[in-house]
Design a protein around this ligand. Structure first.
Ligand SMILES: *Cc1c(COP(=O)(O)O)cnc(C)c1O
Length: 375
């Protein structure tokens, strides 16, 4: 029998449809960051969100975050609130503009930013130019509680929905809650363009401005005329074609990941000290990654012991995002609270969740987890 192949956390799920789309774009001759696939991709993302938004397709979610903050006027000396439990890109955009991130703790119910910590910071923490929320692992933050706090004070919200394409908040597509929202199409996200991202807003003027900045802020003149600083951030036409093929399969990919979540939950429910990530408090997630918490008083192994045991069987698992206030990059940065995100990080583990993972591979993961956690 051949050795079983490695099971990855969240590899790209691409096949003949994506190949065809790429070749269609290639054969059209539009091998550039301009071409018909880009506009079509933007329209299809907008349609997926219900049609009331404008979309700019970009080279990354990180680029989208940078443009979002710049649109809000974030610059040198400004302070921006950011959840601590997130990927570093959420806060790097703040640094890139010369501003300062101030970190917020998570709440247990969603692992997303704690509305209580946000209220406390807004009331007693000084002035803030913007708030970044993150929809962690494909589950929306508690916008019913977060948004009124920001609106009352006139502070704009950038929704980092990089991990949450296809999720819902109380029946409304993720990406419509913030004043601006960001998606990522990186290789490990629920849909991929190899690398890519999108900036979304109901404010079409903002998105048109972002598109201009993303093409070196070129003015509409035949010669190269520039009045503002720009970037080379536009998505390529080839990758937009790939993104369209992925978007057409998004519902199936969410269904596959939901199935993994359910199967892990059922197969591991009896293990001592193990609890699933919270779910469904704010709407329907897209099930991007399934994660577990291991209670050190009851579980037979620590998350790191489980990770190493599965690694020996060629199965990739990962800790949760390390809270940013614990990262050397942000040493000295302010953090309001932090106990919840530190605890979740210490106990959590993300499991293989890719939409192309077969039921047999999932059974292999479950068997390996049971071996190490049955004690
Ligand atoms: C992936 C990710 C990003 C960055 O997106 P890229 O496309 O990789 O630049 C930002 N925020 C979060 C929460 C992410 O998971």
């Amino acid at each position: 029998m051949p050795a079983p192949s490695r099971i990855l956390l969240s590899p790209p799920d691409v096949g003949p449809l994506e190949r065809e789309a790429l070749l269609r774009a290639f054969d059209s001759g539009w091998i550039a960051p301009v071409g018909p696939e880009i506009g079509a991709f933007e329209e299809e993302i907008a349609a997926r969100l219900g049609g009331e938004v404008e979309v700019a397709a970009l080279q990354s979610g990180s680029a989208a975050l940078l443009l979002a903050l710049r649109l809000l006027g974030v610059g040198r000396g400004d302070r921006v609130l950011v959840p601590s439990l997130t990927f570093v890109a959420s806060a790097n955009a703040v640094l890139q503009l010369g501003a300062e991130p101030v970190f917020l703790d998570s709440e247990d119910d969603t692992w997303n930013v704690d509305p209580g910590a946000l209220a406390e910071a807004l009331d007693h923490g000084g002035d803030f130019r913007a708030v970044i929320t993150v929809d962690l692992y494909g589950q929306c933050a508690d916008y019913d509680r977060l948004l009124p706090l920001c609106r009352e004070r006139g502070i704009p919200v950038v929704q980092d929905a990089a991990e949450a394409l296809g999720a819902f908040h109380q029946g409304e597509p993720a990406g419509l809650q913030g004043d601006l929202a960001v998606f990522s199409f990186n290789g490990n996200k629920i849909t991929t363009t190899a690398g890519g991202g999108a900036l979304v807003s109901r404010n079409g003027d903002w998105i048109r401005r972002a598109r201009k900045w993303a093409t070196q802020a070129r003015e509409p003149a035949a010669h190269y005329q520039h009045e503002e600083m720009g970037y080379n951030f536009r998505l390529s036409n080839l990758l937009a074609a790939l993104g369209r093929a992925q978007l057409a399969r998004l519902d199936d990919m969410i269904a596959a990941r939901r199935d993994h979540r359910r199967a892990y939950g059922q197969a591991l429910a009896d293990l001592p000290g193990l609890s699933p990530m919270p779910e469904g408090v704010t709407g329907t997630p897209n099930f991007w990654l399934t994660a577990l918490l291991l209670d050190p008083r009851e579980a037979a192994a620590s998350p790191e012991e489980v990770r190493q045991a599965l690694e020996r069987e060629d199965i990739e698992t990962r800790p949760l995002w390390k809270p940013l206030h614990l990262q050397p990059l942000f040493a000295g940065a302010e953090c309001r609270g932090g106990a919840v995100c530190e605890r979740v990080f210490a106990r959590g583990l993300c499991l293989p969740s890719g939409s192309a993972m077969t039921a047999d591979d999932r059974d292999r993961v479950i068997a390996a987890l049971r071996r190490v956690l049955e004690g």
